[in-house]
Design a protein. Structure first.
Length: 165
């Protein structure tokens, strides 16, 4: 089957499963899983892209969490928050000097997904329960990377030409 059709089927079926899973069993934002899914492909796919995407997304989650903590405990002003985000942004770019993290957009995906999860859940970065936004974002990013990997395997399997007998 043509690769485009194989990809359409694989990603379509898995997109539906991801949406159902996040709406029923796993309470994480589906949009974060889709961002991480895209990150997997943006990082090159395969085992290497899987590892690079997870590491980069996790780095972004960590930098965002630290940035939000400093903002929470710091001076309550838009200027202070802006400076903190600027420092966090610089840290993301600095982190991309590490070869495993050499695709800065994947780090930004983790950062933005964490900040977005804080906003979407209404939970503070200092929440002390299972719904901590850092954990929610991190789990969602891992789930998304897994869906990316499985969708690539599905596409490759469906697109494989049968061996001639």
């Amino acid at each position: 089957m043509p690769t485009l059709v194989a990809s359409m089927i694989s990603l379509g079926v898995l997109g539906a499963i991801d949406t159902y899973l996040t709406a029923t069993i796993l309470p994480v934002p589906v949009w974060v899983t889709f961002i991480a899914w895209a990150s997997f492909f943006a990082c090159g796919g395969g085992q290497r892209g899987f590892i690079k995407s997870i590491a980069s997304n996790a780095t972004g989650v960590a930098i965002a969490s630290l940035t939000l903590l400093v903002i929470h405990f710091g001076i309550q002003s838009p200027l202070f928050a802006a400076i903190c985000v600027g420092v966090g942004t610089s840290a993301m770019i600095l982190a991309s000097a590490v070869p495993l993290l050499s695709f800065p957009p994947a780090i930004v995906f983790g950062f933005a997904s964490t900040v977005g999860t804080v906003a979407a859940t209404g939970k503070s970065i200092v929440t002390m329960d299972a719904g901590h936004p850092t954990m929610i974002a991190a789990v969602a990013m891992l789930v998304g990377a897994c869906f990316g990997f499985v969708s690539q395997v599905g596409t490759n399997t469906l697109a494989r030409k049968p061996a001639l007998a």
